[in-house]
Design a binder for this molecule. Sequence first.
Ligand SMILES: [Zn+2]
Length: 207
Amino acid sequence: MLKTLSLGPLCANCYILTDDRGHGVVIDPGASAWKIIPEVKGVKIDYIIITHSHFDHFTAAVPLKKATGALIAMSETDAEDIKDPNKSLLCWFDGMNAEIPEADVRLKDGDVLTAGDLRLEIIATPGHSKGGICVRCGKMLFTGDTLFRRSVGRTDLPGGDPDELINSVRTKLFTIGEDLAVYPGHDVPTSLFEEMRENPFFGGGAG
Ligand SMILES: [Zn+2]
C-alpha cells in the first residue's frame, strides 16, 4: 500500500510504502515528523530512504528514525554531501536547526533493499544532485527530483548538471521498458511511458 504526504514549505512528497505483513519503508521524510509518525503506527519501518541530499527531502529523517528504529539509507555520495549546508541547501535557512541524518546504509546503483515483501531497487540518476537516486518497487518508480510530470529537476544547484540529468533519465529510466507509475518528489504522479511521450525535456508534447 502507498500513502503520500505533502510536507514542508516546498511541498515535498513523502511516500510510505507498506506490504501486507506489516513491514514498510518511508521515502523522503522531508519535514513534520509529527505528521509521518501516526501514519506508520503498527508498521515495522525497516528503512528510511532519502532520494537526495536536499533539505526538503530529509529534515524529518532523524526524528522518524528515533520513533521507528528504521535504518537510514542514501547514496554514498549523499551520505557526505548531506553534511555540507551548501549542498543540502540548509545554507538558505541560516539558523534552522535541522538534524542531519547519518547513513546507516550507503547505496550504490543496482543495490536492492528488502522490507518484508517489498523489494526496492536503487537506480543512480545523477544530474539534479551528484548523489541522486530513484527507487523502483514493482510497478512503482520513485523519482525524487530527477523526473517530474512534464518536467525534470532543476540543475542550477551545487552538483547539478543538465546534460547528466537528461542522460540519467534517458539511459536509466526510459530504458526500463515497462510502463511504471512514477511518483516524483514534488507535484502529482505520472507514468513512465507518458513522460517518454509528453515530457518537453525529451522532445515530447511539441506535436
Ligand atoms: Zn532537490
